[in-house]
Write a protein that binds this ligand. Structure first.
Ligand code: SF4
Length: 239
């Protein structure tokens, strides 16, 4: 991954709205044929989906996802674009140091704590993983500031694993549509893993996050333009 790339990664999956889950309980589950049809349409419309969080290699991907908690991708990119142009390895990050990193990311919410975590996780990468991002959920989640969602994004994008990271957009779409209702991000993740056909799992996170961000928006879902309008179980959808 030598060139600048983009990936979806949004807010952490803790405080999710309860309303969609309550609604989704009342709807009929999707059949496997309906789920396959939905993803067939997503794949046809966007065969190689890309997110919007910029990075240049697995290390900068990990850093960008950590920085994206409770922040917008656009806001993170604005800070990381100049940062990653000169600091793209753990060694360079440690040479930069926490104070200068804090200054570089001060436009991002919670930047003080995030700078501390990035330096701490970078020290761990160098000390325990030879400066490489580990291809292991357990090792990733043991790093400071890295939770399940971040690990899922890194495993998916950097290593091609069929993980599905559940952020606020996926949580809303999965519950609203009835595709994989759940009260917590983990319930939704497990539900998606159970219903999404294997051949679509690698890109499922990106298709759903982009769908949630640009079509099935929180306040004003654009149902008339929705690819899966006929399949969606949301009682309030606009036909
Ligand atoms: S029909 Fe509306 S509510 Fe259902 S998935 Fe599409 S945009 Fe979302």
């Amino acid at each position: 991954m030598g060139r600048r790339q983009a990936v979806s990664a949004k807010k952490p999956g803790r405080a999710m709205p309860k309303k969609p889950a309550a609604r989704a309980k009342r709807v009929k589950p999707w059949s496997s044929a309906e789920v396959a049809e939905a993803f067939r349409r997503f794949a046809k419309a966007n065969p190689q989906p890309k997110g919007e969080l910029e990075h240049v290699n697995p290390y900068t991907l990990l850093v960008a996802v950590v920085l994206s908690a409770q922040a917008t991708d656009a806001g993170v990119n604005k800070a990381t674009r100049p940062l990653f142009a000169r600091v793209d390895t753990p060694q360079k990050m440690l040479a930069l140091g926490e104070n200068k990193l804090r200054e570089a990311i001060k436009t991002i919410g919670l930047y003080r704590n995030k700078a501390k975590n990035v330096i701490a996780l970078t020290e761990r990468l160098v000390a325990e993983h030879g400066g490489q991002v580990p291809r292991s959920r357990e090792a990733l989640e043991a790093l400071p500031g890295v939770g399940r969602k971040t690990a899922n994004v890194v495993l998916n994008i950097a290593f091609g694993e069929p993980t599905i990271a559940v952020d606020t957009h996926l949580f809303r779409v999965a519950n609203r549509t009835g595709l994989a209702p759940g009260k917590t991000p983990r319930e939704v993740e497990d539900g998606l893993q159970a219903v999404v056909p294997d051949r679509y799992k690698h890109h499922a996170h990106h298709w759903l996050i982009l769908h949630g961000r640009y079509v099935c928006k929180a306040r004003a879902p654009d149902c008339p333009k929705c690819l899966i309008n006929d399949l969606c179980r949301w009682p309030e959808k606009r036909v």
